[in-house]
Unconditional design. Structure first.
Length: 207
């Protein structure tokens, strides 16, 4: 591992997903909810009382869907008014001539991975794991310690629980539910099929 640096125009974020990894249909759901409102969807589209019914998931999961859709530029905060509009990636994937409306192509999943680990928009831990961990094997605690050093040095300290949750979600995005004997949800995270990480009992390793 090495010292973390972020691009000067990047504001690292270590929360927002409500501890839920990104799942396959979530980006599509976010796109269609925003698209149904025309140019700009109202800010309350993800927080109104009927959001749970419209999205078909719990309140915290609705917030998570919003987070991941913003992180992947499927939607973005509107500069015109207080609300949301469709992002460039949303148009490419889910628009009228969308190239992969159900995220079934391997290339699309790789794109999503790059959006999280390469751009680090709302996904700073993803950027750290895939750009600053140099060993083949590592543990969750090692990643948390590395990020803690960064936040301490930059005087942007986050709580240990916030960083631990963020790292756990990042790693869970790439490791299958079955291999971890998880019972939280039957749906596999979208990025597991990439096979980039594997749980090895004591920690994780890159493939």
């Amino acid at each position: 591992m090495t010292t973390i640096t972020f691009p000067s125009d990047m504001k690292p974020t270590f929360s927002g997903h409500e501890t839920f990894p990104l799942r396959q249909l979530w980006l599509r759901k976010a796109y269609h909810e925003v698209q149904n409102h025309g140019d700009v969807a109202p800010k309350g589209i993800f927080s109104d009382d009927d959001a749970i019914q419209r999205f078909g998931v719990g309140k915290n999961m609705v917030s998570s869907i919003r987070h991941w859709a913003l992180a992947c530029d499927v939607i973005r905060q509107s500069e015109k008014q207080d609300g949301f509009e469709i992002g460039d990636i949303g148009r490419v994937l889910f628009g009228e001539k969308g190239c992969d409306p159900y995220l079934e192509r391997d290339a699309t999943v790789w794109l999503v991975h790059w959006l999280l680990a390469g751009r680090s928009n709302r996904s700073a831990t993803w950027y750290v794991v895939f750009n600053f961990i140099q060993s083949q094997s590592f543990t969750l605690k090692q990643v948390v310690a590395l990020i803690s050093e960064y936040t301490a040095e930059t005087k942007s300290t986050r709580s240990q629980s916030t960083l631990t949750n963020d790292v756990a979600v990042c790693l869970r995005c790439y490791t299958s539910v079955s291999s971890r004997n998880a019972t939280e949800d039957a749906a596999e995270p979208l990025l597991t099929d990439l096979g980039l990480l594997e749980s090895n009992g004591d920690g994780f390793q890159f493939h």
